[in-house]
Structures are given as structure tokens and as C-alpha cells.
Ligand binder design. Structure first.
Ligand code: PEP
Length: 257
């Protein structure tokens, strides 16, 4: 049985005091990854160190971005080594906002994955199709390519450090959630693609759903066979909503056991 992950992607939201208040409330909620899902928070990187200090909950902190070079003249960038030195050990790679707003190419994404693994980070690799690709009925083919172009070169041990987040672009921040039917189709397809390519690790790679997942729909999404949790944007900014989503993952896991 794969353990679920509930991850908060705050993007470029919340001021420092708001982030601190969130963390204090989360810390009071007695989360435990031994009984509940793994919880990861991806705040803006400038807050990570402070949040680690404030945190008493069973939560890991990840960065929304890092550069693949070790050090040097890369103004404005943060390296994996620097993130590691403040206690950060998870990275989000390939988010559609980075692919589109910051022109991140497949080759950059691949380099980031390699740098992450070289620094012993766990990765959440985001993939997802646009509405036009879905309307053409080409989404499965597209997703297979997007997945394999980033991880095909890895070995079984390396791929075990990766989780996938399926995030249809048309569902991100739009309030439009993929239907259970659409989610099942894609997640089952990604699972068999992973097993074909990685016969040992493929069944253990966790596949999260992201795209307007919230406290109201988390339960039915997390109950899908190959949905191993969620990457949550908007609904993760409110600690009560986020806790309800964690609770939904917990409930579904209890029923599955
Ligand atoms: C995201 O950007 O990763 C995301 C899932 O956002 P939202 O939940 O707001 O759709």
C-alpha cells in the first residue's frame, strides 16, 4: 500500500506573519505521518528556515524551485546545496507555471531532477496537459512523453525518490476539477507507464492529483485507486481547509487498510 502525500504549494502567496500563523496552527494539530499521510509544505523559499524553527508538527518542507548548478554567478538563483543547508529536502519540479511563465524546457527540468537526486532530495515532478490537448484527445500520449522525457534516464533506485503530480493545466487555479473518471483514466495510465518502464519501483511511485483539489472534493479524488494524495494550491493557503484535506487522505487510507 502506498502512503498518501498531501502537499501545499503556496506559490507566491502569504506574507511572513501569515506564513508563521499558518505554521503555528498546523503545529497545534498533532499531525503524525506514522498514522496519517506524509505532509509537505512548499512555501516561498525565504520563509523555509523560519517555518522549520516554528514547526513542531510532523511536516516536511520543500522548495518550489531551485537551480541545477552547484554555485557561482547565477544571480537570483538558489542551489540545492543551499536549500539542504537550511533543512529543506523536497523539491517541486516541472510545475506548469514554471514551464509557461518561466519558459522551463524539458532539458532544464531533467537537469533539475538530476541535481535534486544528486543532493538526495525527494522530488515531486508535475506534468499536465492543456485544454486544447485534452480536447484533441491527445492527453495520454502527451502525458506519457512529458513523464518519460524527464525520468526515462533514471534507474530504479533513483525513480523511487520521485513522486508524480498529475496537474491538468485547465484545472489549476480555475475551480474546475477533473472528474473522477478523468482522474482514474490518467492515473491508471501513468501507473502502467511507470510499471512498464520501471518494473521494480513503478508500482511504488506515488502519483498525486493537483488542480482545484479542495476540502470538498479531496475525499472522492483520494479514493481513486492510483491517486496517492494531492498537490494543493489555493486551498492550502487556509490552514483549516488544508487540515480537512489531510483528514480526507487519512480517512481514505484507513478505509483502504
Ligand atoms: C498547483 O498549482 O499546484 C495547484 C494544484 O493549484 P490549485 O490547487 O490552486 O489548482
Amino acid at each position: 500500500m502506498r502512503k498518501k502525500i498531501v502537499a501545499a504549494n503556496w506559490k507566491m502567496n502569504l506574507l511572513q506573519h501569515e506564513a508563521a500563523t499558518f505554521m503555528t496552527s498546523l503545529s497545534e494539530s498533532s499531525l503524525s505521518s506514522s498514522t496519517g499521510p506524509d505532509v509537505v509544505v512548499f512555501p516561498p523559499s525565504i520563509y523555509i528556515e523560519n517555518l522549520i524553527t516554528l514547526n513542531t508538527a510532523d511536516v516536511r518542507f520543500g522548495a518550489q524551485n531551485a537551480y541545477f548548478k552547484e554555485s557561482g554567478a547565477y544571480t537570483g538563483e538558489i542551489s540545492f546545496g543551499q536549500l539542504k543547508s537550511i533543512g529543506c529536502s523536497v523539491i517541486l519540479v516541472g510545475h506548469s507555471e514554471r514551464r509557461t511563465e518561466f519558459s522551463e524546457s524539458p532539458s532544464v527540468i531533467k537537469k533539475k531532477i538530476d541535481a535534486a537526486l544528486g543532493n538526495d532530495f525527494d522530488c515531486i515532478l508535475c506534468i499536465g496537459e492543456s485544454l486544447s490537448i485534452r480536447e484533441m484527445g491527445a492527453h495520454l500520449e502527451f502525458l506519457k512523453n512529458q513523464l518519460l522525457e524527464s525520468i526515462e534516464h533514471l534507474n530504479e533506485n533513483q525513480v523511487a525518490k520521485i513522486s508524480i503530480a498529475y496537474e491538468p493545466i485547465w484545472a489549476i487555479g480555475t475551480g474546475l476539477t477533473a472528474t473522477v473518471h478523468q482522474v482514474n483514466e490518467v492515473h491508471d495510465f501513468l501507473r502502467s507507464t511507470l510499471i512498464d518502464k520501471f518494473p521494480e519501483a513503478g508500482n511504488n511511485v506515488r502519483i498525486l492529483y493537483g488542480g482545484s483539489c479542495n476540502e470538498e472534493n479531496a475525499n472522492e479524488l483520494f479514493a481513486c485507486l492510483n491517486v496517492d494524495g494531492g498537490l494543493i494550491g489555493g486551498a492550502s493557503l487556509d490552514v483549516n481547509k488544508f487540515l480537512k484535506i489531510i483528514h480526507a487522505a487519512n480517512e481514505v487510507s484507513r478505509i483502504e487498510h
